[in-house]
Design a protein around this ligand. Structure first.
Ligand code: 6PG
Length: 470
């Protein structure tokens, strides 16, 4: 048909959708975007770069009819029911063999359900994680597609073109079968939660504990970002400290209410890790601390019941900055280690065949958790693609070992002062348990057998045993 002119379609012209579409057009693809709201279509049209081929429409039929076959349509709509609603609208308009990609933060079980549903109707459906926020979508995100390998071939050149690049290599790769794309993105976000919580704890000790000004904090984070802690999250934190509030002239960070929001991906990571019997306490506590932060009124009351004076003793400002740097480095390593170990297990359990070397490779650029450490992890997986936990790699072990002393000191200083550093503390606890050949779990087994005849195994003999304890 003569009017089938466009290479790719995109549904949902919110911030992410609009920017991704503009990015595709920059790379020479003819693209058409749909949004029910004409205002969103106008917003898109206002940003069209001369010389690119973009069209916006608020008529879904127009978009579908204008696409080359097989149609390739990306959805960037709110996760949950809106995705299902959109599929219902699309299905009657599609032809067999058309490809629909969900680029939102959908729960992976929803993606599995939708893959089956669309397959039965003769369509290809893929779940794809996209990370990097507004700027990433526009200039190059990290992209995590998974599922239908045949359909992937039809979108691969476009995804490679629009993704971020590291050393000339695109930050996109096939993440595995089923809902692997959304699973990998979910765990990416879990790690993101962990790192953000760790940064906030270090900030708390320096700011509330040691009275660092925002200018001093900017300097500290600048130094860190120029060194081994180089990462997107440390970099934006550095800049946050300098931003002024238009209304009051104060630093914006100081007028922001200490109640964290969330959209669910961190919680889902913890929930799924629990289901799989995997230990990811740094991520769990990050979710938990956001929940605790939401109880602002109760915390204000509790602060009067348990008044405390923050007392820091015996550690100089110079020393605490060094301790903080090492503790943050340590915690971040542990956060990645837990998330990646979860991916290894989930990949086996759900038969996703997730290529771990490719995961860390495409996280090196474009995404929220990009950092210079990803190259270190990539090298570890190049040496051994079957690593169950990156902490077992000898180079990574050396990096972690050299930070443990200062991490212990930093946590001790914070605990003495009464400043919560929960994510750092559980990161250290996880590490100390993981590296311990002996855990006190023998006692737990004894208790279980004592009160419930749950049985136990022995260190000196094969088999299952039960004792009469009384
Ligand atoms: C990304 C981010 C993004 C996520 C936000 C919000 O990779 O670009 O992970 O996808 O939606 O960070 O997450 P919360 O609202 O749950 O903090």
């Amino acid at each position: 048909m003569a009017n089938q002119l466009f290479d790719f379609g995109l549904v949902g012209l919110g911030v992410m959708g609009r920017n991704l579409l503009l990015n595709m057009a920059d790379h020479g693809f003819a693209v058409i975007g749909y949004n029910r709201s004409p205002q969103k279509v106008t917003d898109l049209e206002n940003e069209i770069v001369p010389g690119t081929t973009i069209k916006g429409t608020s008529d879904l039929k127009v978009m579908v009819a204008a696409l080359k076959l097989p149609r390739r349509i990306t959805l960037l709509v709110k996760a949950g029911q809106p995705v299902d609603d959109m599929l219902e609208e699309l299905v009657p308009l599609l032809d067999k063999g058309d490809i629909v990609i969900d680029g939102g933060n959908s729960h992976y079980t929803d993606t599995l359900r939708r893959v089956r549903y669309m397959q039965e109707k003769g369509f290809h459906f893929m779940g794809m994680g996209v990370s990097g926020g507004e700027e990433g979508a526009r200039r190059g995100p990290s992209i995590m597609p998974g599922g239908d390998a045949e359909a992937y071939q039809h979108v691969k050149p476009m995804l490679e073109a629009v993704s971020a690049k590291v050393n000339g290599e695109p930050c996109v790769s096939y993440m595995g079968k089923g809902a692997a794309g959304h699973y990998v993105k979910m765990v990416h976000n879990g790690i993101e939660y962990g790192i953000m919580q760790l940064i906030s704890e270090v900030y708390d000790v320096l700011h509330r504990g040691y009275g660092f000004t925002n200018d001093e904090l900017h300097e500290v984070f600048k130094q860190w970002n120029d060194g081994e802690l180089q990462s997107f999250l440390v970099e934006i934190t550095r800049d946050i400290f300098l931003k002024n509030d238009d209304k009051t002239g104060k630093r914006l960070v100081d007028v922001i209410l200490d109640k964290a929001g969330s959209k669910g991906t961190g919680k889902w990571t913890s929930q799924d890790a629990m289901d799989l019997g995997m230990s990811i306490p740094t991520i769990d506590i990050a979710v938990s601390m956001r929940n605790l932060s939401a109880l602002k009124d109760e915390r204000v009351k509790a602060a009067t019941v348990y008044p405390s004076e923050i007392k820091i003793a015996g550690v100089s400002k110079e020393e605490i900055v060094q301790q903080a740097r090492d503790a943050l480095f340590f915690g971040i390593m542990i956060s990645y280690a837990q998330g990646l170990a979860l991916l290894v297990e989930a990949s086996k359990e759900y038969q996703m065949e997730i290529p771990l070397p490719d995961v860390v490779k495409i996280w090196r650029g474009g995404c929220i958790i990009r950092s210079s450490l990803l190259e270190v992890f990539y090298q570890a997986y190049v040496k051994n693609a079957d690593l169950p936990n990156i902490l077992l790699d000898s180079h990574i072990a050396a990096l972690v070992k050299s930070r443990t002393e200062n991490t212990r000191r930093f946590i001790a200083t914070a605990a003495q002062a009464g400043i919560p550093v929960s994510a750092l503390a559980v990161s250290l606890g996880y590490f100390d348990a993981y590296r311990s050949a002996v855990m006190p779990t023998n006692l737990i087994q004894a208790q279980r057998d004592f009160f419930g005849a749950h049985t136990y195994q022995r260190v000196d003999e094969e088999g299952i045993f039960h004792s009469n304890w009384q």
